[in-house]
Ligand binder design. Structure first.
Ligand SMILES: O=C(O)CCC(=O)C(=O)O
Length: 375
């Protein structure tokens, strides 16, 4: 075991091999995997994808993306940026929504990623975990350098409109992830133990994102939550629930990357609830029979214009974005009852969860985004 300081300030032991890990499943026992997700809020499914498949994504990234001058939308800040290279030579600004990339310029990369995220084995797991044969992919991200992503529940950014906690996400290891490469971590049982920290009032994303991050840590301390950062080999996938507290560690060894993808899935007849505020309509495209949601489709000239503007005038772009966010917020606050599933409306009226001001906290940006990010 390798020991580092975890997200809650205490030491955590990080397994360096699969032998040191416990909650492992394979494709042979998907009912067991679903039960494990239910109980623990996460599950690791081993050897889902041939490592050659993972290698294909990394090769395509090297060939098309690494040296590309094209600005790309980023997971951490929702800005259009060129690649930023870390001291260790890795791309350090993760990509948001690979399906949105322009197919001509990034054809191999986009295809390799979507082949993997819509692979029959992956679909069978996501179907088992969502208890439905009909599912869709609503979001994706690509990481290379350690990211040190803050502790959060995905629900704060996006969740199921049908019922909070009914969105599942997968963290796909594209290489054997070193213990010092900023492992992805989850807090076991936090989906049950922790309240839903609402995207509203003093935790509102538009103005109080930092307060939200602090509050989450405070709650984790109060509840004495623990954290696990499982070993993942190329082709393994860790799935988690949209209410499970998770994030990723900062790098603690030099020269190691953590090439990976994340993807978020919903039942096909469900919709994305964005920022606990509004149902975000998403255009669906078909990829090998699986609906895949696009949000900022770069094949459209209007989105290319937004990208150019966002890249050349980042401050203006972010200011406009913030205004749009507030406008959509007031609209969705006004009409939120009609947007929300009865169960969510019940929660709003009950006001039982953390965060003031009910579910009307914050709507998405006009033009839309809901990643782990968007400061
Ligand atoms: O791998 C990471 O750093 C964070 C991924 C994540 O939190 C997500 O996809 O929701």
């Amino acid at each position: 075991m390798y020991t580092v300081t975890g997200p809650f300030g205490n030491d955590i032991d990080i397994p360096e091999s699969v032998e040191e890990d416990l909650l492992n499943f394979t494709l042979d026992d998907l009912p067991g995997a679903a039960k494990c997700l239910d109980v623990n809020g996460y599950v690791v499914v081993r050897r889902v994808l041939d490592p050659m498949f993972c290698q294909r994504v990394r090769r395509a990234f090297d060939a098309e993306v690494r040296r590309s001058p094209t600005p790309i939308l980023r997971q951490k800040n929702m800005r259009y940026e060129r690649n930023s290279i870390s001291e260790d030579g890795f791309v350090e600004n993760p990509i948001f929504n690979i399906q949105d990339l322009r197919s001509g310029e990034f054809e191999q990369f986009r295809t390799a990623v979507l082949d993997l995220l819509t692979h029959p084995a992956v679909r069978s797991i996501a179907s088992a975990l969502l208890a439905s044969d009909e599912i869709k992919l609503i979001e994706s991200m690509f990481f290379e350098a350690p990211a040190g992503t803050w502790a959060h529940q995905d629900s704060y950014y996006q969740d199921s409109a049908r019922e909070l906690g009914k969105c599942v996400a997968g963290w796909f290891a594209l290489e054997d992830i070193d213990a010092g490469a900023g492992r992805f971590w989850v807090s076991p049982g936090s989906h049950r133990l922790m309240p839903v920290v609402r995207n509203s009032g003093e935790n509102r994303f538009s103005d109080h994102h930092d307060h939200y991050k602090d509050e989450v840590l405070e709650i984790a301390h109060g509840l004495q939550l623990t954290c696990k950062a499982p070993f993942l080999a190329a082709g393994d996938i860790l799935f988690w629930n949209s209410l499970t507290l998770h994030g990723s560690l900062s790098a603690s060894r030099r020269g190691v990357s953590r090439a990976s993808l994340t993807a978020h899935y919903l039942r096909r007849d469900d919709s994305m609830l964005q920022f606990h505020s509004r149902v975000r309509s998403q255009e669906l495209t078909d990829y090998h029979g699986l609906p895949v949601a696009v949000l900022h489709d770069q094949a459209k000239w209007s989105n290319q214009l937004v990208r150019e503007f966002g890249y050349r005038f980042p401050d203006l772009y972010m200011a406009a974005r913030k205004l749009a966010l507030k406008a959509v917020l007031s609209h969705s606050t006004a009409s939120r009852s009609s947007l929300l599933h009865p169960r969510l409306e019940h929660l709003r009226q009950e006001g039982a969860h953390i965060g003031q001001g009910g579910l009307g906290g914050l709507a998405g940006v006009a033009g839309g985004d809901a990643p782990v990010g968007g400061e």
